[in-house]
Design a protein around this ligand. Structure first.
Ligand code: PLP
Length: 415
C-alpha cells in the first residue's frame, strides 16, 4: 500500500474533465465525488479483487463501501465468477426466463421464513415501489406510510429531492419517525381505513443522522397494528438484506413482514432485485403489472444462487459481524486514547461513525479523506459496509491508517 503523500489522481481528474462535457455533472447521484472529501479520493475506479479496489491512477484501497452494499463476499469472488462464467457461456438475456429463474425463487423461499413466493427485478427502487402497488391492490386503499428521512429509492413517491416531482406524487405518503410507535399509531388513526402499507427499513440508516436499530416494541407494535387495521407491512431490506441475516433482517426479532424487498447484496454485485411475499398476497402480486426487459436475465440469477450458497457455506454473515466488531472496537479504542469524541452506530456489518460536535461533517470529511489517502475507502456521510472477504489482517491494516487519520483530526480540531 502506498503512503499518504504518494496518492495522486491525475487520470481521475482527466476523466472527470471529459465526463463533465458529455454527462450532466460528470458523475451524479450517490457516486458524485462531491459527497466525498474533494482532493483525497479518486473519481473513477479501475478494478477490484477480494476486499481491495484500485483506482484509475493505480492507487490501492481496502474497500469499506462495497459498491454501496452489493459486494458481500468480495470483488470477483471465485465461486460467483465461476457460476457467472458458466451461465454466460450458455446465455444471459433471452425471450423467456432460464432455469435459474425457478432455481433462485426456490432457494429464496427455502431460506426466507416470511416468503411463500418471489418476484424478480433489477433495482431496489423497482421492488419498493412494486411492494406499495401490491399492498394497494390487496387492500383497495391508496395511502402509504414511511418513516421520515428514510431512503427507499429514486421513484417519485420517495426520492430524497423534490426537484422535478409534482406534489401530487407525494400526496398519498404520510410519514412518522423511526421507532416511534405512538407516532405511527397516530398517523394510522388520522388516516383510518385509508392506509395500504407501512414500509420500514431494516434499521434506521438515513443519510447523515446516526443510525438506529429497531426496538422490539416498535417492530412488534407495527406488526400488531398492521394485523389489526388490515395494513400490509413491508420490510425494505434492500440495504441490509443478505448482510445481517439471510432469511430477513427482522428474523432475530421474531417479526415477519408481509412483503420483503431485497437487492444489493443478493448477487455480489450483479444487477438483481427480489420482492418476496406471504401466500395471502399472491393474488395481489399476480394482478399488478410488473416487468422489465432485463429482469429475467440469467447471469445475475446464477450469481445470486452462488452468492447465497457461499454465504451459507462459508459463514459470511458471521465473518462480517466479527470483522465489523473488530473494526468498531479498534476505532473506539483509538478515539478514546486520543481523547476524541465519536459515536458509532448501526450493526457491526453496516457501521457508521460520527464525530461529536460535527453537524457539518467537517471532521468526518477530514478523517475519511486522510484514511483514503492512506489506502482505506470509507465515506464521510454514508454508512459503511463490511464484506466477507475482510480478514483480521485487513482490519488491522485499516486501523493503522485510521490511527493516523484520527491524529490529523486531533491536530486540527482538538478532542
Ligand atoms: C433501503 C434502500 N431501499 C431502496 C434503495 C434503492 O435501491 P436502488 O438504488 O437499487 O434502486 C436503496 C438504495 O440505496 C436502499 O438503501
Amino acid at each position: 500500500m502506498t503512503s499518504a503523500h504518494l496518492y495522486t489522481f491525475d487520470r481521475s481528474e482527466d476523466l472527470m474533465t471529459r465526463a463533465r462535457k458529455v454527462i450532466p455533472s460528470g458523475v451524479y447521484g450517490h457516486m458524485s465525488p462531491t459527497l466525498l472529501t474533494v482532493g483525497s479520493y479518486p473519481m473513477f475506479l479501475a478494478r477490484g479483487e477480494g476486499c481491495r479496489i484500485w483506482d484509475v491512477d493505480g492507487n490501492e484501497y481496502i474497500d469499506f463501501m462495497c459498491s454501496y452494499g452489493p459486494i458481500v463476499l468480495g470483488h470477483r469472488h471465485p465461486k460467483v465468477e465461476q457460476a457467472v462464467n458458466a451461465q454466460r457461456a450458455q446465455v444471459d438475456c433471452q425471450n423467456l426466463p432460464s432455469e435459474k429463474w425457478v432455481e433462485l425463487a426456490e432457494l429464496l423461499v427455502s431460506i426466507t421464513p416470511a416468503a411463500d413466493w418471489v418476484v424478480f427485478a433489477k433495482n431496489g427502487s423497482d421492488v419498493t415501489s412494486w411492494a406499495l402497488a401490491v399492498a394497494r391492490a390487496h387492500t383497495g386503499r391508496d395511502k402509504v406510510t414511511m418513516t421520515s428521512g428514510a431512503y427507499h429509492g429514486t421513484h417519485p413517491w420517495c426520492a430524497p429531492l423534490p426537484t422535478g416531482i409534482p406534489a401530487a406524487e407525494r400526496a398519498l405518503v404520510a410519514t412518522f419517525q423511526y421507532n416511534d410507535l405512538e407516532g405511527l399509531k397516530r398517523v394510522i388513526a388520522e388516516n383510518k381505513g385509508q392506509v395500504a402499507a407501512i414500509i420500514i427499513n431494516a434499521f434506521r440508516h438515513d443519510v447523515f443522522p446516526y443510525q438506529e436499530m429497531p426496538t422490539l416494541d416498535f417492530l412488534k407494535g407495527a406488526r400488531a397494528l398492521c394485523d389489526q387495521e388490515g395494513i400490509v407491512l413491508v420490510l425494505d431490506d434492500v440495504r441490509a438484506g443478505f448482510r445481517l441475516n439471510l432469511g430477513g433482517s427482522w428474523e432475530p426479532y421474531g417479526v415477519r413482514p408481509d412483503l420483503r424487498c431485497c437487492s444489493k447484496a443478493i448477487a455480489n454485485g450483479y444487477p438483481l432485485a427480489a420482492g418476496m411475499g406471504r401466500e395471502e398476497l399472491r393474488g395481489a402480486a399476480q394482478s399488478v403489472f410488473f416487468t422489465g426487459t432485463y429482469w429475467g436475465a440469467a447471469v445475475p440469477m446464477a450469481a445470486a444462487i452462488a452468492t447465497i450458497n457461499t454465504l451459507r457455506e462459508e459463514g459470511g454473515i458471521e465473518q462480517m459481524r466479527a470483522m465489523g466488531q473488530r473494526f468498531r472496537d479498534g476505532l473506539e479504542q483509538q478515539a478514546r486514547s486520543l481523547g476524541i469524541g465519536i459515536n458509532q452506530t448501526g450493526p457491526p456489518a453496516i457501521p457508521f461513525l460520527v464525530f461529536d460536535g460535527d453537524p457539518g461533517f467537517e471532521r468526518s470529511c477530514l478523517f475519511c479523506g486522510e484514511a483514503a489517502r492512506r489506502g482505506v475507502f470509507l465515506h464521510p456521510r454514508h454508512n459503511w459496509f463490511l464484506m466477507a472477504a475482510h480478514t483480521e489482517r485487513d482490519i488491522d491494516q485499516t486501523l493503522a491508517a485510521t490511527e493516523e487519520a484520527f491524529k490529523v483530526v486531533k491536530a486540527k480540531y482538538g478532542g
